[in-house]
Design a protein around this ligand. Structure first.
Ligand SMILES: [Zn+2]
Length: 133
């Protein structure tokens, strides 16, 4: 069965991120000048505009920063998932990632601790989701 939902667009700037997620060992760019991580990956540091950073492993742990529960489907591929959640998770290292929190929607709380799980949705793409800890 093929995966019908939208997939990330891989670019030179974000390829190391998606490769690390596929390997189940998430990495994000860490600035060599200000020493902060950032997400989503881009060609320069959003904190200090430096173009010098290195890819470093992150813990995959964090907390729910914000979330919404979608009660309508805006894409046929999501019809059977309604209601589903859309969450922003702030990693312990600071960056925020858009994702989903697994489990019942009515139990999600802002500030609750979560950790990454890896969902191999196609042979090429793995998505990061979060579970409660
Ligand atoms: Zn920086």
């Amino acid at each position: 069965m093929s995966y019908e939902k939208p997939l990330p667009t891989i670019t030179p700037a974000n390829r190391p991120f998606w490769d690390s997620v596929k390997a189940h060992k998430m990495q994000l760019p860490k600035c060599k000048k200000c020493n902060k991580f950032h997400a989503p990956p881009r060609e320069f540091c959003p904190h200090c505009l430096s173009e010098e950073f290195e890819w470093k492993a992150v813990s995959g742990r964090g907390e729910v920063y914000s979330f919404a529960v979608m009660h309508q489907s805006y894409n046929k591929a999501f019809d059977k998932d309604v209601p589903y959640n859309y969450a922003v998770v702030q990693l312990d290292e600071g960056p925020r990632l858009v994702s989903n929190v697994l489990g019942p929607n009515d139990q999600i709380r802002v500030g609750e601790k979560v950790e990454v799980v890896y969902d191999d949705v196609t042979p090429e793409i793995t998505l990061h989701r979060f579970k409660r800890v």
